[in-house]
Design a protein around this ligand. Structure first.
Ligand code: ADP
Ligand code: MG
Length: 249
């Protein structure tokens, strides 16, 4: 029996919505600490693919493997407890809560089962520490007390990353973290993602190709629900098939 070189892997993963096959037998491997971007035109199936990865949608066929275990049928909250954290294409913060409170809620969602056996004071301390560390890591330590809804759009997206970090993940799955950001906000987010790529396994859906090239070392290209090509950045940039189908020129 061979040991998989991958931390996280899909095997012929498929999702049909009625007659539409949104994800068609996609097999991608993600290595530990790899910064891996999934690119492709709108409607290619990228968000559906990560929803299958994280248990937010049930697969129609194929498999999702994590550390050698088949997690295809696990619901999202159990996938999250394995250390797979994700953000969404749309913002997900509670606008009337502070940054710190938002992160505490995120941390609590990960720990709620194990915390049952701790004294409440100890649980509060741990959850608060996780929230503070996450804010620090995401560059928001100085804004811990700010009410989320009063912050700029870019800061709210940064807070979403902090909320994912507060769940103590090993893998970060981020769906278009730069969407809707201005130039300066994007640059800040790219720096944050470059920093996170050094510590986490990063699975990133992103349209901004400059950002993708600055962050990712491995690229997978999806078109019409199928995987066109997957490989190191240089290989994908040079690929004739990818240029014809997606990158233009
Ligand atoms: P991408 O993220 O690459 O833009 P999506 O995964 O969002 O693409 O969508 C892939 C295809 O699946 C699109 O044609 C989209 O309309 C369709 N789709 C996505 N989610 C659903 C759903 N819940 N029900 C029906 N069709 C869907
Ligand atoms: Mg999408």
């Amino acid at each position: 029996m061979s040991v998989s070189p991958f931390l996280f892997e899909t095997k012929e993963l498929t999702k049909a919505f009625g007659g539409l096959i949104a994800v068609n037998q996609v097999s991608i491997g993600f290595k530990e600490r790899e910064a891996h971007a999934i690119i492709g035109p709108n409607g290619a199936g990228k968000s559906t693919f990560v929803n299958l990865l994280t248990g937010h949608l049930p697969a129609s066929g194929g498999h999702v493997m994590f550390r050698g275990a088949d997690i295809t049928r696990l619901p999202a909250h159990k996938v999250a407890r394995l250390g797979i954290g994700r953000s969404y294409q749309k913002t997900n913060v509670f606008p009337t809560f502070t940054c710190f409170e938002n992160c505490r809620l995120a941390a609590q969602s990960r720990l709620s089962t194990s915390m049952r056996f701790l004294r409440p004071a100890a649980a509060y301390r741990d959850i608060s520490a996780m929230a503070s560390e996450a804010l620090e890591r995401a560059g928001l330590a100085a804004k811990a007390g700010r009410v989320a809804g009063t912050m700029s759009y870019g800061e709210q997206r940064q807070l979403e990353i902090a909320m994912v970090l507060a769940t103590a993940p090993q893998v970060l799955v981020l769906d278009e973290p730069l969407a809707g950001m201005g130039k300066e906000e994007s640059e800040g987010m790219v720096r944050l993602l470059q920093d996170l790529a050094r510590a986490y396994t990063l699975i990133l859906i992103e349209h901004d190709m400059d950002a993708v090239f600055a962050i990712a070392r491995v690229l997978s290209v999806m078109v019409n629900g199928t995987l066109l090509e997957s490989g190191p950045l240089e290989q994908i940039r040079a690929s004739k098939a990818v240029q014809d189908a997606y990158l233009g020129d």
